[in-house]
Design a protein around this ligand. Structure first.
Ligand SMILES: [Fe+2]
Length: 390
């Protein structure tokens, strides 16, 4: 282990997990100083009735609330403005978010903008705000984004062709995350799979960065083990234990990448978002191609992954174990019937050079252990159009 460098690991979010942990939401909101709450969610969560236990808990705690459920996929600046306007008009002083990645990002944006004013675009980048956001309690209803424990969130800027801005800051960690597996019972299988592949990508690629540490690798390994074991059962069956482990895995994967950052998969999936390819879908397609590209620089890390994936066989050398980790991810993708290539009809192949230029400008590129320039990134896209199933 390397003790020559000094590493830091922090996580300010209080995390509760367990069946019916949603019952703690009222008490936790009060502890954060909330008197009147803006609940941020989306219409799908509302109509599935997932929000009902939260309302009961807040009412039992004597907390007043208003509901903002107008959150689309990939929320933009206008949604954040609308949420802030509602929050101010109704006199709310805190935000409770219940939903997947989109409500989590929008709610974090509303809490930040309500405290600081102006436009959410003013805060693009790292710690551009002067005042910490209003308090936030985050209750995920999908298992993937990990935004409930992250310092960053993403908002689309409509004035820049829906460019996805990243806003990041230590104070943007939610104050509290409540992980209740019972809230995932009605999540459709395809959403479980797509968000689960985002989580697996967080765990795998955070081990292949130059920011990875003993602590982040240890956490990421456990996330990989849990996701490989549970994703199919969590998505396609009523197995509540699998859903709970998948939820925990997605949270801890994000705890790891919050410190150790991400790599080429996330850099390369960003431009695919402009074609409305879902984030988890794009990441899941790109993941095996980037793992293959990373093999020469990440043999030890991939070899360790093979062990937690239970795919390393006695007698295999490090290189064979590393290749076995890539094969295990492909096997999982085959098992869950995940696409193996980028869809030509959604993202034209002629876009490769433009996408490669955008990806190269993403901050994750400099964290990826194997260096990549525009030509290498374009070559990975090229392979991702060919597919690995042949
Ligand atoms: Fe992601």
């Amino acid at each position: 282990m390397n003790f020559d460098a000094i590493f830091l690991f922090t996580l300010p979010t209080r995390i509760y997990y367990g069946y019916n942990s949603i019952n703690l939401a009222g008490g936790e909101a009060k502890k954060c100083g909330m008197q009147k709450i803006l609940i941020v969610t989306d219409k799908g969560v509302q109509s599935a009735g997932v929000i009902t236990p939260l309302l009961q808990v807040l009412e039992a705690a004597g907390l007043a609330y208003d509901i903002f459920d107008d959150i689309p996929e990939d929320p933009g600046t206008q949604v954040v403005d609308k949420g802030v306007e509602l929050l101010k008009r109704t006199g709310c002083n805190g935000v409770v978010i219940i939903g997947g990645g989109s409500p989590l990002c929008a709610g974090k944006g509303i809490a930040l903008l309500a405290a600081n004013g102006g436009s959410i675009c003013d805060y693009e980048g790292i710690e551009k705000y002067k005042i910490p956001p209003l308090p936030v309690v985050a209750i995920p209803t999908t298992a993937g984004s990990g935004s409930e424990v992250s310092a960053s969130f993403i908002i689309s800027d409509e004035s820049r062709n829906s460019y996805k801005m990243t806003i990041r800051g230590y104070h943007c960690h939610p104050d509290v995350a409540i992980l209740d597996p019972l809230l995932l019972r009605t999540l459709p299988p395809h959403q479980f799979i797509i968000s689960g592949m985002d989580a697996l990508t967080h765990a795998i690629e955070t081990m292949c960065t130059n920011q990875a540490t003993f602590l982040t690798d240890t956490i990421a390994c456990e996330a990989i083990r849990l996701i490989m074991k549970n994703i199919a059962a969590a998505a396609y069956t009523d197995n509540l234990e699998a859903k709970g482990e998948q939820l925990l895995a997605s949270t801890i994967a994000n705890i790891a990448c919050g410190s150790a950052k991400l790599g080429l998969v996330h850099a390369m999936s960003q431009p695919l978002g402009s074609y409305h390819l879902a984030h988890g879908l794009a990441n899941g397609i790109l993941l095996p191609y980037v793992m293959e590209y990373n093999l020469p620089a990440c043999e030890g890390k991939l070899s360790r992954m093979a062990e937690v994936m239970n795919t390393a066989k006695p007698g295999m050398n490090s290189s064979e174990r590393a290749m076995a980790a890539v094969a295990a991810v492909k096997e999982l993708l085959r098992k869950i019937d995940f696409p193996d290539r980028l869809p030509h009809d959604v993202v034209p192949k002629t876009e490769i050079s433009r996408m490669a230029r955008i990806a190269l400008g993403r901050p994750q590129v400099k964290f990826n252990l194997r260096k990549a320039g525009e030509r290498e990134i374009a070559a990975i896209y090229e392979r991702a159009y060919q597919g690995w199933r042949y």
